[in-house]
Each structure stands twice: as C-alpha cells, then as structure tokens.
Design a protein around this ligand. Structure first.
Ligand code: UT7
Length: 350
C-alpha cells in the first residue's frame, strides 16, 4: 500500500539574536533604546517560559522569505528539485499580506510558478499548523492526488508585537523562524513506516483566549489606527489569557499524546523522540510528566528561538538533527496546541 514518507527536512532562522535583556529596550521597529520601554527581565522570562533568546528578521523580510530558505534546505535534503513539487501547504498566522496567502509567494520565489502551476494551500491553525498540514499531506499522498508535497510552517511575529509593558505577557514569547518538510509516496506494508498517525482537533469556544483582531470585519475599514495613541491600537496586537491557554494546553497535549499511543499501540520504547510545540518549557515539562515520557526523549528549542508557532515542530527536529541527536529514520511523536483552540498529534519517521 502507499504510505507517506518524509523525504527531507530543513529550517531557517534569521541571524539577529534578541536576548531577554535586550527586549526590554526595543521599540516598535526593534531598535534598542537607552530607556527601558518594557518592564520585564531575564529572570522572569526564563523562570516562567524557559526562553533565553529568540530571532528577529531584518526590516522588510516577509514570512515567505523565511519559508523560502527553509524550503530550499528541505528540498536539498530530500534530493528533490523545486520543479518536482506538485503541491504547497503553507501554515502561518503571519502571512505576508492579508490575501493572497503566502503559499503563492513561496511558489513564485521558488521559481516554479509558471513551470508547475502547483496548487498552494494556506492553512490557519496557528501553533497546530504543522500537524494539521501533515494530516492533509498524508491524505493527499495516500489518495495519489499529489506526489511531492512541500509543507512549510513559517512566521514573522516580531512585526506585530506590542513593545510595551502592556504587551509584555505575549511580546516576550514569540520569535521568527521557519521549518519545512518534503513528503512523497512509498510502497510499504509496514504500519510503522513513514507517517504512522495524525490526529487534528479543535474547540472554537476557546477562540477568544488567544487572538489578533487586526482584520475584524466589524470595523470598517478593518482598523482605526492612530500611531500616536497606543491605547486605541489594541487591534494591532495579539492578546492572550495566558493562564487559561496554559491549563488547556497541558490538558490537551497530555491527552493527545496518550491517545496517539493508545490508537497506534506504540509505547515510549518504540518512539525515539517527543517533539512538542514550543510555547512554554513549563508546559512541555508538565506534559512529559503527565504522559510519562522519558525525559531524555523530549526535544525542546524554545530556549533558543522562543515560540515560532507553525514552525516549531520542523524547526526543533531540524535543530536537533543538525546537533547530531535526531537521525534519519527515527520515530517522532509530536503534539501541538494553539489558538483556536486547535491541537493535534502525529507520529512519523524523519
Ligand atoms: O503557542 C500558543 C499557546 N500559548 C501558550 O500555550 C502560552 C500559555 N501561557 C503561558 O505560557 C503563561 O501563561 C505565560 C508565560 C504567558 C505567563 O505566565 P504566568 O505564570 O501565567 O504569569 P501571569 O500571566 O499570571 O502573570 C504573573 C505576573 C503578573 O503580575 P502580577 O499581576 O502578579 O503583579 C504579570 O503582570 O507576571 C507579570 N508579567 C510579567 N512580568 C515580567 C507578565 N508578563 C511579564 C513579563 N515580564 N514578560
């Protein structure tokens, strides 16, 4: 039977490292000022989230630019030419512009727009985007719809954060980055080959606990923005009820992890790595404890990159692969949770 195989993986983060001590001095254009503009500190950020630093793009860099670099690396790793891609799935909450979606920009930047005219899907499941996209790709490949799918998670968060004490609970968490995988079919009867399992879930009653309302259609035309009056610019920034999101994230990620094992009959002896979404190191540690995951199998990168939303899973796998930990053929269990609420889990061979 046809199974879906990961042919290659790649990631990309911008060069600029923003450490916790620097972030307190940044203005809206990410330029460090002498004055402290946000009351926060390294100890609070590290203790509550595990984050030490994150990456920021240079001005004028789009999400599709980060996606392009990650995609090139994934294609090279797969030994697949860009022209062979017959479908792009682009997961992001920070598209280049409101529409069209970023997938078509990535297609164009890859130089394959007129050559392939491949379909470009943009999906909007925030931190769960990679697992949702993997489920789509798996279905497309198993049904023979497409043979070379480029699945990308990429985000530029730094341009839409509230650089002030008012926004500190969200602002310190996020970073810019991208991760990509190339997927294709493989004839195999081994149920533990390739993509073994995907499950996606959502609960829309949680939509108001983490959101960015910049395109709220009840406002015409979209937003009333006054650059001189920060108080009236709430729609420009993401908002989160952190405690509520935290509690639900621990619950759903634990349950989704346990369900993935129950549904497949696999145990931690079969799985090489647990790669959770990277929103908060404390969330991941609690999930690992509840789901009884061996600590040495848990991979995190939030310390280095902060929360890169749809990019965290492929970015974390690729980071630890480059460090020599993750090897080709290893079995990964990944669990994600984010705005929506959305969540999911997947088990796949890298
Ligand atoms: O990726 C999508 C999913 N996202 C998540 O899963 C995130 C889930 N939530 C969280 O990770 C945590 O709730 C946060 C890290 C966002 C916040 O941690 P917390 O332990 O829930 O803190 P809190 O919001 O209850 O705030 C505690 C205190 C408050 O001060 P008071 O009222 O106790 O005086 C905040 O104003 O910490 C203050 N605070 C900060 N202080 C310094 C909030 N943000 C900051 C900050 N620096 N950046």
């Amino acid at each position: 039977m046809i199974r879906t195989q990961l042919l290659g993986i790649g990631s990309y983060v911008p060069d600029r490292v923003v450490k916790n001590d620097e972030i307190r001095h940044l203005n809206d254009r990410h330029v460090a000022q002498e004055a402290v503009l946000t009351e926060t500190d390294d100890a609070w950020i590290q203790q509550r989230t595990g984050i030490k630093e994150r990456r920021y793009v240079a001005e004028g860099t789009y999400t599709s630019d980060l996606a392009l670099e990650a995609s090139r690396r994934a294609l090279a790793d797969a030994g697949v030419a860009a022209e062979e891609i017959d479908c792009i799935i682009f997961a992001t909450l920070s598209p280049d512009i409101h529409f069209p979606g970023s997938g078509v920009y990535l297609q164009r930047k890859l130089g394959i727009a007129d050559k392939t005219q491949c379909p470009c899907f943009d999906i909007r499941q925030q931190c769960s985007g990679f697992v949702y996209g993997l489920q789509m790709a798996d279905a497309f490949i198993k049904t023979g719809t497409y043979r070379r799918i480029l699945l990308v998670g990429a985000e530029v968060h730094s341009h839409s954060l509230d650089y002030s004490t008012r926004g500190r609970d969200v602002m310190v968490l996020f970073g810019d980055g991208a991760g990509a995988v190339v997927l294709g079919p493989k004839e195999s009867d081994d149920p533990r080959d390739g993509v073994v399992y995907t499950r996606a879930a959502a609960d829309g009653t949680g939509a108001e606990y983490l959101y960015l309302k910049v395109f709220d259609i009840s406002k015409a035309p979209y937003l009333q923005y006054d650059p001189k009056d920060r108080e009236h610019n709430q729609m420009m920034y993401p908002h989160m009820d952190g405690k509520r999101v935290y509690v639900r994230a621990v619950r759903e990620m634990n349950l989704a992890t346990q369900k993935a094992l129950a549904d497949t009959g696999l145990t931690w002896a079969d799985i090489d790595w647990f790669v959770p979404h990277q929103a908060n190191l404390r969330i991941n540690e609690q999930v690992a404890q509840l789901a009884q995951i061996p600590p040495e199998k848990c991979l995190n990168t939030i310390q280095f990159y902060g929360n890169t939303t749809a990019a965290t899973v492929p970015l974390t796998i690729d980071h630890w692969r480059q460090a020599g930990k993750v090897k080709k053929g290893d079995l990964v269990l990944s669990t994600v949770f984010g705005s929506g609420f959305t969540w999911g889990a997947a088990i796949f061979r890298v």
